[in-house]
Ligand binder design. Structure first.
Ligand code: ADA
Length: 579
């Protein structure tokens, strides 16, 4: 399943889902004598009994049949972590980073059978600045869907739609890119519209080998708002026509809502909201990082059951289908680029800047149409406390502002009163672990954090506690409530939430670390060693079995412990309003 809706009704498109041949190889480009395995695509090789800890390069191979001459466009929604794609023996794409999509276009492919070879590499080396041994696991393989499309010489590359509230009316700012991969200049008609609302039509002239950017702001008088309580979605439809014949389309979903941080509060459509959420790694004890739709939906239902109105995609962009579900159910999303805990030295790896900026750019360009995303964030727990680190935060936050000025930006800091970057963001966020790594009083820590924010450039900005939590090993029970037991995890979260959700709390949001236990890299130093090679701070374990802390957090988030309640979740199974 590619998305929750058809992304093309005119352009021929299908998912290359199924069983592909597989074999571990020594390096990208190598052709082994035999292909011993058959693996599922999408999937990660760790699900095969022989390959549970394999780290290296793997070759996936399949063939496709085309019944006419065409321009082939392959879209890879996520290959972990470095991908090289060959079609009929020629290398046509290279991409780094598991969590954003990329394309490979081959013009003028003859009818008949064609071979696709995908090399996926999940190894760690100097060449990889973001995927390193870490407190989560880098799986291997095409963890997200692969799509085959047939495109004309002139086709739609990308469309962005940004809702704006202007003098009491909704407007939409369109940016559409149309490209011509053929050898002749072409004239085409671009039609842009939202189903149920009006559309616009424009004649474009596209030179061979070039792209044209079309921009237009339209007013939508009758548009209905997207909000967490009523997540109204509109189908965005971009089409190309030659005369009366429609020859290409590109479909997405959008919603009309605005986000701001006026008065030090996070506001959606002018209404202050308190974000109550969980941090979610895309990791599951059985399917690794490659989720079926049913597994994604189960996570969403558990998050909604917890009384959350928000989720943070720690520490990388999420699967598109997960974000589709957030759009659909009105969950507010903090989405962040890919990084966790990089030191200044690691940020000085010459690969870091280009790789990190690329993920940031791809994240905003690929997910920017989604109403559910209300915060963009960068560089979780990296060196925001050093002068060099600050230059990196500054340039990445500026990049986001250039790409999308409509959403507030943040980063999750662990540097407390030593942070140098609070003046660069719209929302100041702290990762704190009272009761687990430190023995502070949560309420006192909260007052201190507010002072650090005020003093260090964050005065007047919303403050979020983006992480707090404790380990709890599923099934480990203790009358003495010792550290690591489910009881102690529950006690620590109870104490944290009591302080953070109290009536006079200055916080704009809280995100429990974390939703589900996740696998971690095997550590080479004792400090990073985690029991069971897992981060066990989940409210559910890797199989989604709730721990004691689940109900504790649920009671707080649903306002049963005296704090503020989240908006009532929509009735399970009821279809959200949509046009
Ligand atoms: C950090 C980090 C998380 C996780 C957590 C923990 O705050 O951002 O990725 O490692 O600590 O469990 O210690």
């Amino acid at each position: 399943m590619i998305r929750l809706f058809e992304t093309h009704e005119i352009r021929p498109s299908r998912e290359l889902e199924g069983l592909w041949e597989f074999h571990p190889v020594g390096r990208e480009g190598e052709i082994p004598e035999r292909m011993d395995y058959r693996l599922p695509v999408p999937g990660c090789w760790e699900t095969h009994p022989d390959l549970g800890t394999y780290r290296g390069v793997g070759l996936y191979r399949t063939t496709v049949n085309l019944d006419r001459k065409t321009n082939l466009r392959l879209e890879f929604k996520g290959v972990s972590h470095t991908a090289d794609v060959y079609v009929d023996g020629s290398r046509i794409a290279h991409h780094y980073n598991a969590y954003t999509s990329f394309e490979a276009v081959v013009p003028n492919v003859e009818p008949g059978e064609h071979e696709i070879r995908l090399y996926a590499d999940n190894s760690f080396s100097e060449r990889s600045a973001l995927h390193i041994a870490n407190d989560y696991y880098t799986y291997g393989g095409p963890i997200r869907p692969i799509v085959l499309e047939e495109v004309g010489d002139v086709h739609i590359d990308r469309v962005s739609f940004t809702p704006e509230w202007h003098n009491g009316l909704w407007q939409g700012k369109w940016r559409a890119i149309v490209r011509n991969i053929g050898s002749e200049a072409r004239e085409t008609q671009l039609i842009l519209g939202l189903d149920g609302l009006h559309s616009v039509r424009e004649k474009l002239f596209v030179e061979p080998g070039a792209s044209v950017l079309f921009e237009r702001t339209e007013t939508y008088g009758g548009a209905r708002e997207w909000s967490p309580e009523r997540p109204t979605l509109y189908k965005l439809r971009a089409e190309l026509a030659e005369g009366e014949r429609k020859c290409d389309d590109w479909i997405d979903r959008v919603g009309f809502r605005r986000v701001d941080t006026e008065g030090g509060r996070l506001r959606i459509n002018g209404q202050p909201v308190l974000l109550k959420g969980v941090n979610r790694h895309e990791d599951h004890a059985i399917c690794g990082a490659s989720f079926s739709f049913a597994d994604l939906l189960r996570d969403i239902e558990l998050i909604r059951d917890l009384g959350c109105n928000s989720v943070r995609t720690s520490h990388y962009p999420s699967d598109e289908r997960f974000l589709d579900l957030c759009d659909e159910f009105g969950l507010l999303v903090w989405e962040e680029n890919h990084a966790r805990g990089l030191t200044e030295e690691e940020m000085r790896n010459p690969r870091f800047k280009p790789q990190s900026e690329q993920v940031t750019r791809e994240m905003v360009e690929q997910h920017g149409n989604r109403p559910s995303i209300v915060i963009w964030a960068v560089l979780n727990e990296c060196a925001s406390h050093t002068a060099y680190g600050r230059t990196v935060y500054e340039s990445e936050l500026a990049l986001i502002r250039d790409l999308d000025p409509s959403r507030p930006r943040s980063f999750a800091s662990m540097h407390r009163d030593r942070d140098l970057c609070f003046d660069l963001v719209d929302i100041v966020s702290f990762n704190v672990y009272p009761g687990w790594y430190t023995d502070e009083e949560p309420a006192e820590l909260l007052q201190q954090a507010k002072q650090w924010a005020d003093r260090l450039g964050g005065a007047g900005k919303p403050v979020i506690f983006s992480e707090f939590g404790a380990d709890g090993y599923y099934g480990f029970r203790s009358r003495d409530r010792v550290k690591g037991s489910e009881e102690r995890q529950s006690d620590i979260l109870d104490a944290n939430l009591k302080a953070y959700l109290s009536g006079d709390s200055p916080l704009a949001g809280v995100y429990v670390w974390q939703f589900g236990d996740c696998r971690v890299s095997e550590a080479t130093n004792w400090l990073m060693s985690r029991g069971c090679t897992r981060n066990s701070k989940g409210l559910v374990d890797g199989y989604r079995r709730p721990k004691l802390a689940y109900d504790t957090v649920k009671a707080h988030f649903r306002g049963e412990k005296g704090g503020a309640a989240s908006p009532a979740p929509t009735v399970p199974g009821a279809a959200p309003e949509r046009t």
